[in-house]
Design a protein around this ligand. Structure first.
Ligand code: ZN
Length: 74
């Protein structure tokens, strides 16, 4: 795998992960106006509210592991 391919695969895996797992910050979500709520992955921090998503990080959700081939990902 070339560096460019790896970079592309990483980006794609991250997008896929976001699509599957990201949830809106509950503090952002109560604000009716303004920018859309920040979408958080497990253990990700909303910098606006200092809110950290409480879900544990699982190795199968680590896109770097997925891309490196350590974990298979459908
Ligand atoms: Zn927020």
């Amino acid at each position: 795998m070339t560096e460019a391919e790896r970079h592309k695969a990483l980006r794609k895996a991250k997008q896929e992960l976001k699509r599957r797992l990201a949830v809106p910050c509950p503090h952002c979500a109560v604000v009716q106006v303004g920018p859309p709520p920040r979408m958080l992955l497990p253990q990700e921090l909303c910098k606006v509210h200092g809110y950290r998503d409480p879900r544990p990080r699982r190795p199968e959700d680590d896109y770097q592991l997925i891309v490196s081939g350590a974990i298979r990902f459908e």
